[in-house]
Design a protein around this ligand. Structure first.
Ligand SMILES: NC(=O)c1ccc[n+]([C@@H]2O[C@H](COP(=O)([O-])OP(=O)(O)OC[C@H]3O[C@@H](n4cnc5c(N)ncnc54)[C@H](O)[C@@H]3O)[C@@H](O)[C@H]2O)c1
Length: 357
């Protein structure tokens, strides 16, 4: 099979993870073009990585190169038009989180997928590490008992220098604060592991940064199976940490890391009172040690392209976290509990996470 032809749109901070991922799939794909509205930046990028096609206009690149797959690594407000343009040009899309800024935008993306027969996968690299996949296998096999209580904390630190980049910190261009931009990784993992949520109650605040959006959010969530979780998303936390803790009937499983994890970041605890050594041994039999990175997700997208089937983190798998984030913002701003499935096109929060047009 011929290598897939990949183009990258956006050559800023996160592009290095995409370069690593493309290198990691070896002969399965070639990076043939890059686009950035910043001409000097894209030229430097193409020179450094020997990319033959160097563009400042996406339409021009799509027409000239006709890539099989487009990686989108631009600011959130640009994702929807770039995704639709790429799908219409016949490409599949691997798009950075957050996929888009509202459920209304999401539904436009799904309509474009249906029209073109091409798919979009959202970057959620944390799902793809070996510890997460091992945990999913143990959960599916019923080895841990029922899930009961979860804690999901993204405690990061971003100062005002970070927010000087013009697109950050604004509803219009970033779409939201740490709920949408930072904590979304761990919240997505939480929902990916635990399953559908039923209701959410939340508060947000802008406590210490001079920005439009929140700098902290807190939420309580009840899952469909009755289990409970709490969530904190902060950019105000000097000692930074991402911590997800899941309490099952037979064990606590938790990860403490920052942006990446390996198996060593995971901890498995059994009750002192009734230690289930067999469960511990089953957890310890993880085998491989694969970090949750763009590399694994890209390899799986190429597998899906080989089979012409929906890739991971597409469709309902991508909508779930966006609906949850939307409901969290709505709960915080209306001071009401929000039920899953209750936000439709007549709701202002369907169109914008700030709830205003
Ligand atoms: N998956 C992760 O762990 C992770 C980490 C960091 C950032 N991100 C996401 O990646 C995206 C980009 O973030 P970043 O930190 O790299 O931003 P950045 O500002 O460093 O880079 C964005 C680049 O996109 C270019 N650009 C803007 N509009 C464009 C357009 N219409 N067409 C072509 N180029 C355009 C800019 O000139 C800039 O070079 C965001 O959605 C962010 O949330 C993801």
């Amino acid at each position: 099979m011929k290598p897939y032809r990949i183009a990258i749109i956006g050559t800023g901070a996160v592009v290095s993870s995409h370069i690593q991922a493309i290198r990691s799939v070896g002969g399965r794909a070639n990076l043939v073009a890059a686009v950035d509205v910043d001409e000097a930046r894209v030229k430097a990028f193409c020179a450094e990585h020997q990319v033959p096609g160097c563009y400042t206009d996406t339409g021009e690149m799509l027409a000239a190169v006709q890539p099989d797959l487009v990686h989108i690594a631009t600011p959130p407000a640009t994702h929807l038009p770039l995704i639709v343009q790429s799908l219409e040009a016949g490409a599949w899309v691997y798009c950075e989180k957050p996929l888009c800024k509202s459920l209304a935008e999401f539904d436009q993306i799904e309509a474009a997928e249906r029209r073109t027969g091409r798919y979009v996968s959202t970057v959620f690299q944390w799902r793809f590490g070996s510890a997460v996949q091992h945990l999913r296998r143990l959960m599916r096999a019923g080895e841990l008992g029922r899930f009961l209580v979860g804690t999901c904390q993204t405690l990061w630190y971003r100062d005002m220098a970070y927010y000087r980049v013009p697109w950050r910190g604004k509803w219009g261009s970033e779409g939201g604060g740490p709920t949408l931009g930072h904590g979304i990784h761990l919240m997505d993992l939480f929902l990916y592991l635990v399953g559908d949520w039923a209701e959410v109650s939340a508060m947000i605040g802008t406590l210490d940064r001079d920005i439009e959006v929140e700098d902290v959010s807190m939420a309580l969530v009840r899952f469909q199976n009755g289990s409970l979780g709490n969530i904190v998303n902060s950019v105000l936390s000097p000692r930074q940490e991402s911590h997800l803790r899941l309490d099952f009937q037979r064990a606590t499983v938790e990860v403490t890391a920052l942006y990446r994890y390996t198996n060593a970041n995971w901890r498995f605890s059994i009750p002192d009172a009734s230690p289930d050594q067999e469960a511990l041994a089953r957890w310890q039999a993880i085998g491989e040690d694969i970090s949750g990175t763009h590399n694994v997700q890209l390899a799986q997208i190429l597998d899906s392209m080989d089979r012409n089937e929906c890739p991971p983190v597409s469709g309902p798998e991508a909508r779930r976290i966006l609906e949850f984030v939307t409901s969290l913002y709505k709960s915080a701003q209306t001071r009401q509990v929000v039920l899953r499935g209750s936000i439709g096109p007549d709701d202002p929060f369907y169109h914008s996470l700030s709830g205003s047009s």
